[in-house]
Design a protein around this ligand. Sequence first.
Ligand SMILES: Nc1ncnc2c1ncn2[C@@H]1O[C@H](COP(=O)(O)OP(=O)(O)O)[C@@H](O)[C@H]1O
Ligand SMILES: Cc1cn([C@H]2C[C@H](O)[C@@H](COP(=O)(O)O)O2)c(=O)[nH]c1=O
Ligand SMILES: [Zn+2]
Length: 200
Amino acid sequence: MFIEPRVGTGPGALRRGWIEVVCGSMFSGKTEELIRRLNRAKIARQRVEIFKPALDTRYHVEDVVSHNRNSIRSTPVPVAQEILLLATGCNVVGIDEAQFFDESLVEVCVQLANRGSRVIVAGLDMDFLGQPFGPMPALMAVAEFVTKVHAICVCCGELASYSFRMTASADKILLGETDAYEARCRVCFQEGMKGKAVKG
Ligand SMILES: Nc1ncnc2c1ncn2[C@@H]1O[C@H](COP(=O)(O)OP(=O)(O)O)[C@@H](O)[C@H]1O
Ligand SMILES: Cc1cn([C@H]2C[C@H](O)[C@@H](COP(=O)(O)O)O2)c(=O)[nH]c1=O
Ligand SMILES: [Zn+2]
């Protein structure tokens, strides 16, 4: 379990920012982990703000909601740049579904950390093809702390790192949950992709 390097704002606390990334496949617990860290920061009386891309309307327009329906209030933003202004004065900035932002999110997170915020970013590390997703690889590179969480493969019960898309859509962005995606391990993901190639 991730233990915060420092959570308080007591007189001895240094005003120093950093970046944490929580990544993994769908259903791996990224949002739950993000909510857990943000709630602990709130208990520590930190000033916390949470953002998500405005296009993520899957469960709720405003709240960040996990698959088991834990939720936390957030501000949807159309572009990453808006976070810089809206997060002014925050001790902790949470960002969910980071894969949907463009590369400018990396510089936004760096600037937030440089000005003293703790930045916690959650997102898919790979898309439905098993390719790195959006700004996630670069965010992992600049982060002080990277946590990769795992789902359970729905085919064999092993740890899952892949998000297998069950529909034929080739669009990079396709919102969904168990209706459209399965968490799969490497072996079962490859099996599924072979089956798709055969079907054409
Ligand atoms: N295949 C699966 N493996 C693990 N958890 C799953 C699976 N399918 C559904 N879940 C549920 O999803 C929850 C994690 O949801 P969430 O934090 O929203 O994940 P993520 O943000 O990574 O998609 C788990 O606690 C569990 O209740
Ligand atoms: C793999 C993959 C996923 N998506 C979408 C599907 C969901 O709406 C989100 C991921 O949410 P989660 O909190 O990680 O479960 O992303 C997509 O648009 N494209 C993809 O390749
Ligand atoms: Zn498997």
